[in-house]
Design a protein around this ligand. Structure first.
Ligand code: 13P
Ligand code: ZN
Length: 300
């Protein structure tokens, strides 16, 4: 970083502190941004975010947008077309990780490794209003995040606010062994760990392998999110949607834990299917005990 960059950074920090002194908590100090950074850090600690792997986004509430407004840039970036439109997301604001940023760094400097984008009135373009210091831009998977948010906002009546993408090893390993079929993958995961159906009663959606960062993947993933809150990208990772940061982290963790148990058991069986798994009646009994909206199509 050159002298001018450092000087600009100091100036920005000074302006941010001054704004905070007169008008409330700096964005980094607000609860939603702390939760966002913690999710990234927790995922990093689990080993799900090698290098710049994985990304996260959060649809802010009206109150959160209001309490951040004084910290927004006086001159936001120009509008960047998304190549897709989502009526549901017109005028929304998202906290989102920066493309190429290492998730282990988000908590250390959210202003540089993440930022806030505003969606235009037509629901088909974004602009930066905060963060992304040093010429950063939203994650290359933002088209997927965007379309998943649109679907999840609609199907959960606004409850889901977090979309989280991680690269958990055992889950990816399963995709090298199991067919890219939601029923097969879900049954394997449900039947090897009692907690599985409790954490993801709707099952896990699965796509064929697709190139990352594109609209094709975005469209296919969001179509799966009509039915599933977790979607497996084979040989790549997981895309999850949830109401809050804890739920998003917990969902990835539960899928990965089940996948880890499945992989270990299968290894111990010399590569064969595990011998002793929870029967379908057992899955039904768990669903009944906890009144879960279990995906019946994957049973029996
Ligand atoms: P970004 O660094 O652009 O977020 O990409 C990481 C990734 O996991 C792509 O799938
Ligand atoms: Zn990825």
């Amino acid at each position: 970083m050159g002298f001018l960059d450092s000087a600009q950074e100091m100036l920005d920090k000074g302006v941010s502190a001054a704004k905070g002194a007169v008008s409330g908590l700096a964005v980094e100090q607000q609860a939603f941004m702390k939760g966002f950074a913690r999710l990234c850090n927790d995922g990093w600690n689990q080993g799900w975010h090698e290098r710049n792997g994985g990304n996260a986004s959060y649809r802010m509430t009206t109150e959160e947008v209001s309490s951040c407004r004084t910290f927004f840039y006086d001159n936001p970036s120009s509008w960047v077309p998304l190549g897709v439109r989502a009526e549901e997301l017109r005028g929304e604001f998202f906290a989102v990780t920066a493309s190429g940023s290492h998730l282990r760094n988000v908590a250390l400097d959210p202003n540089r490794n993440a930022g806030i984008v505003e969606i235009g009135a037509s629901g088909d373009a974004w602009r930066i209003v905060w963060g992304f210091k040093g010429e950063g831009v939203p994650t290359s998977e933002f088209p997927s995040h965007f379309l998943c948010h649109a679907v999840r906002k609609r199907v959960t009546q606004g409850r889901d606010r977090v979309v989280y993408h991680a690269h958990p090893s055992a889950t990816v390993a399963c995709s090298l062994v199991l067919p890219a079929d939601a029923r097969t993958v879900t049954r394997a995961l449900w039947k090897c760990m009692t907690e599985g159906v409790i954490a993801f009663p709707g099952g896990v959606g699965v796509l064929p392998w697709m190139a990352p960062g594109g609209l094709e993947l975005a469209r296919a993933t969001s179509a799966q999110m009509e039915a599933y809150d977790a979607v497996l990208w084979p040989q790549h990772g997981l895309m999850c949607a949830a109401p809050d940061f804890d739920a998003a982290f917990g969902l990835v963790q539960a899928v990965e834990k089940a996948a880890d148990v499945y992989v270990r058991a299968r290894c111990m069986m010399g590569g064969q299917e595990p011998a002793h798994v929870i029967p379908d009646e057992g899955i039904r009994a768990i669903a009944a005990a906890y009144r879960l909206p279990v995906n019946e199509a994957f049973l029996g």
